[in-house]
Design a protein around this ligand. Structure first.
Ligand SMILES: NC(=O)c1ccc[n+]([C@@H]2O[C@H](COP(=O)([O-])OP(=O)(O)OC[C@H]3O[C@@H](n4cnc5c(N)ncnc54)[C@H](O)[C@@H]3O)[C@@H](O)[C@H]2O)c1
Length: 258
């Protein structure tokens, strides 16, 4: 039986990339989908794609780091789609530069979206879920929160914050039937990575050579794990942090490959 049929999901930053793929996968599993993105056009085009799958979808333009916009967003989801079952905190921004010259705004932007946005949306979700004693929160962090990525200090620190936030919240909410889990994607070819590769002149072949699986992740690899964490079958799985990275976060170049 498909335990996600007709349940409601809100995915942040879902106008493109990994969030959009997650939304499609959940719609294919029968969920009704609220697509959030700071970019209205992206959100609308993703919502249209969900409707083509045959599931209800709404597009909600809002910044996850603005408490008033977040509160209005959750009210709209419950009013238009029904009781929220799943929040996927996917919205993220990558800020880069050496620490010595990193502008304060770059640090703040990473923490505003990648960490505070996760807190604000989770808080709003919990307020809706707690009286019902059921629900799922899934945070999309990054292996940058597990291993060192040079030139991304704000991003790495914010993603590490999200990873530990996941564990703390999982313990707090375990008695209330709400699970909280975290996915750490490895390199995945989306606009975030392609823009950063161009701006920073990254040698992608050299980076892919550091992935034992020999290739980057596909957006669907993350979406598949979201589908599991969201399901009734995963009811006793909480506080877990899972890298979807082809073993990239475990491998060091000084290791001898088998
Ligand atoms: N692509 C990768 O290699 C990779 C690796 C590790 C982790 N991640 C994480 O996966 C998530 C999705 O990344 P992606 O690669 O799809 O990125 P992306 O840049 O392609 O998509 C991110 C989306 O978030 C939206 N967004 C940005 N700020 C927002 C805000 N304040 N409020 C609402 N929406 C906002 C953007 O408009 C965009 O549509 C991010 O959290 C990212 O950090 C990505």
């Amino acid at each position: 039986m498909n335990s996600l049929q007709d349940k409601v999901a809100l995915i942040t930053g879902a106008g493109r990339g990994i969030g959009r793929a997650i939304s499609k996968k959940l719609a294919q599993r029968g969920m009704s989908i609220a697509i959030n993105d700071i970019d209205l056009e992206l959100a609308q085009s993703a919502a249209r794609e969900i409707e083509q799958i045959g599931r209800p979808a709404i597009a909600i333009p809002a910044s996850v780091s603005d408490v008033n916009q977040v509160s209005a967003m959750f009210e709209r989801v419950e009013r238009e789609l029904g009781p929220l079952w799943l929040l996927v905190n996917n919205a993220g921004v990558l800020t880069t530069g050496p620490t010595v010259s990193l502008p304060e705004e770059a640090w703040d932007r990473a923490f505003d979206v990648d960490a505070k946005g996760v807190f604000l949306c989770s808080q709003a979700a919990i307020r809706a879920m707690l009286p019902r004693k059921r629900g799922r929160i899934i945070n999309i962090a990054s292996i940058a929160g597990l291993i060192v990525r040079t030139g991304q200090i704000g991003y790495c620190a914010a993603k590490a914050a999200t990873i530990h936030f996941t564990r703390c919240l999982a313990v707090e909410l375990a008695p209330d039937g709400i699970t909280v889990n975290c996915i750490c994607p490895g390199m995945t070819w989306t606009e975030m990575l392609s823009k950063s590769a161009v701006e920073r002149g990254l040698d992608l072949d050299a980076m892919v050579a550091l992935i034992p699986a020999g290739h980057m992740a596909q957006e669907e690899d993350h979406a598949n794990l979201v589908g599991y964490f969201a399901s009734e079958e995963a009811a006793h799985v909480t506080g877990q942090v899972v890298a979807v990275d082809g073993a990239q976060s475990l491998y060091h170049p000084l290791m001898v490959k088998p």
